[in-house]
Design a protein around this ligand. Structure first.
Ligand code: ADP
Length: 593
């Protein structure tokens, strides 16, 4: 019901309740299709005319514009002319069949229902994510017959709240599943007294719209609040949906474990483990498609998609399409449209702190959102999480690598990783066996930024890591398919360079054995890359010699069976370190027969 007809009904409620004969009016309303026979029966079952009238008005207040119009027409037909006159001025304007033709649209009915429940409006800059929205709606439809929970989870700023609000912006869904209304509650991180206040005001809101002279005192403990809410949802608002936005804590959720219909957004996937009832979940991927993200920038800067400068694409790529970051930058560009290059470089230099908040977001910047996520971990796990700084961007690791790093049993490591994943602090690639774990680029940047002062610590960790694994990897027989081994063959050089182990890196990279192992397993391209990357800090001359050898023999090294590297190396110039080592090995072989 729109605001005006609604307030009109409330204003004249008592007068209407005094005068009308519901049974007559309801016949008309049923034939108009705005009321069901069940609803009529319920009202008829009230003992007195007055009580029936009260119930009819209560029902009417929960209905849409069409019901108001039908009620008005019924008054006219039953010659309650003076009552009909009271309602006349606030008759809503309804397009012929507007109800049906835009059943999934943002109809006045939907608008009224959602604004009454405090559901946030669409932001001015908004891009649709139809596939995700449909996934959430599909889960919400499962709550049609029975109560239960739908969890929307994903990392900070991935667009969960906006998605939740969008999903319920649908007339069909509301009518079929949640005719009792949609009620939004922003939770966030809060303590018990704050939670109590939130539920008090929710109860107040719910009681108010039933009966403007509510005489209930507010519940004054969480238990009491829970009971009050249980009663309200069960008796007065059956088939309503509660949306709990940004839940952190399962104890908060327990307060809402009252057998009703709930949609919640959270970074922590496993929150509903501790509550009862049917549970469904939808994961929100952390980034938008490139085009959607560009669309946001275009909307903010009032540009056409193809008119965006080249930096736009780089910005999107740099933050992996994070809706939050793209919007933050878009909002800045709206103010300062000639700063594309500047903001891009800020982003590249990880200067998140300078990227100020958009007003609709609770956190000052992305790093605060991240910090908050980490702070709720148990302290020892916070420390472990920091160790992810040793990983390289875009690289996925198996649990075994972390079990070396943390010096913990594999099972324990699995549990910890699962916790991180469930809290959206870590991602898992489960298509792979064993599973591979990785951080979102923004998370890794954040961690590195945060722990810059503690970098020595992570070097220590790298040293520890290297010491344990170097022997295994370097000298042990590499088993292809063993993810841990592959990881080390690929990244040993990277970790050594980062840990400043120049001596070790030197002897590793400039050894024919290593060249043979790594090129056999990874192919020569990775090796060449190592020389390009680290050669200059070691010995440019020698590095060039190895690089040359690899470039000349690249095609041979791709062949299977794998060629004899010593043989190949013997054809290098005699002044080359590659040749020198090959010669030594050949002599060694000869002397051993
Ligand atoms: P979450 O709840 O996952 O932390 P929000 O839903 O609050 O994330 O979104 C964070 C910010 O990202 C929003 O304030 C908005 O600026 C931007 N955003 C998210 N989704 C969209 C979207 N579909 N269209 C435009 N901007 C979006």
């Amino acid at each position: 019901l729109e605001e005006r007809p609604r307030s009109c009904l409330l204003r004249f409620r008592h007068k209407l309740e005094e005068d009308i004969k519901p049974s007559y009016l309801m016949d008309h309303m049923i034939s108009d299709g705005v009321m069901t026979v069940d609803e009529e029966e319920k009202i008829r079952s009230q003992p007195t005319r007055k009580e029936q009238a009260v119930a009819l008005l209560e029902l009417l207040l929960r209905k849409d514009n069409r019901a108001y119009i039908s009620f008005y027409n019924a008054l006219v037909k039953e010659t309650y002319d003076d009552l009909a006159n009271l309602l006349h001025d606030d008759l809503p304007y309804v397009l012929p069949d507007a109800h049906k033709s835009s059943s999934d649209g943002y109809t006045p009915y939907v608008q009224a229902m959602l604004s009454e429940g405090g559901v946030p409006q669409r932001p001015v800059v908004f891009v649709s994510r139809p596939e995700l929205v449909n996934r959430v709606r599909e889960k919400l439809y499962r709550l049609q017959k029975d109560p239960g929970w739908v969890t929307v989870f994903g990392m900070a700023g991935s667009g969960k709240s906006i998605l939740a609000a969008e999903a319920v912006r649908h007339q069909g869904l509301i009518e079929e599943c949640f005719p009792g209304g949609i009620h939004w509650l922003s939770i966030g991180q809060l303590d018990k007294p704050d939670l109590l206040v939130k539920i008090q005001s929710l109860c107040f809101r719910l009681e108010q719209s039933l009966d403007s002279q509510s005489l209930h005192r507010p519940p004054n403990s969480l238990d009491e609040a829970k009971e009050r809410l249980r009663f309200l949802m069960l008796r007065r608002y059956p088939r309503a949906l509660l949306i709990l936005d940004d839940i952190w804590d399962s104890t908060v959720l327990k307060t809402f474990d009252i057998h009703c219909r709930i949609l919640l957004t959270t970074r922590n996937r496993s929150l509903t483990d501790s509550v009862s009832g049917a549970k469904y979940e939808v994961e929100v991927e952390s980034g938008l498609d490139e085009n959607k993200a560009l669309e946001i920038l275009a909307l903010y800067t009032d540009t056409k998609l193809h008119g965006l400068p080249e930096e736009a694409r780089s910005i999107v790529r740099e933050c992996k399409g994070s809706p939050l970051v793209v919007s933050l930058i878009g909002a800045l560009l709206k103010e300062k449209p000639n700063r594309w290059r500047y903001y891009l470089s800020q982003l590249q230099q990880k200067q998140f702190k300078r990227i100020r908040k958009s007003s609709s977001y609770d956190y000052d910047a992305l790093d605060q959102a991240m910090a908050a996520s980490i702070e709720v971990l148990p302290e020892d796990h916070q420390e472990l999480y920091k160790d992810f700084t040793v990983l390289e961007q875009d690289i996925k690791v198996p649990a075994k690598v972390l079990s070396v790093l943390w010096d913990l049993e594999p099972e324990e490591v699995e549990d910890i990783l699962e916790e991180f994943v469930n809290k959206s602090l870590l991602f898992v690639d489960s298509h792979n066996k064993p599973y591979l774990y990785y951080l979102h680029d923004l998370q890794l940047d954040f961690l590195v930024e945060q722990n810059r002062t503690q970098l020595e610590v992570s070097w220590m960790q790298e040293l520890k890591l290297l010491r344990i694994t170097m022997n295994d990897v370097y000298y042990g027989p590499p088993i292809s398919g063993d993810e841990e081994c592959l990881y080390w063959i690929r990244f040993l050089t990277y970790h050594m360079a980062k840990a400043n182990l120049c001596q070790e890196l030197y002897s590793l990279m400039f050894s024919l054995d290593w060249v043979s192992i790594k090129s056999k397993i990874m192919g020569p391209a990775h090796l060449i890359n190592d020389y390009v990357e680290y050669g200059p800090i070691l010995d440019k001359e020698v590095s060039n010699q190895f690089q040359e050898f690899l470039s000349l023999n690249g095609h041979q090294l791709e062949q299977r069976p794998f060629p004899d590297v010593v043989q190949l190396a013997l054809s290098q110039p005699h002044t080359s370190e590659v040749y020198r080592q090959a010669l030594l090995q050949a002599q060694d072989r000869a002397s051993r027969g």
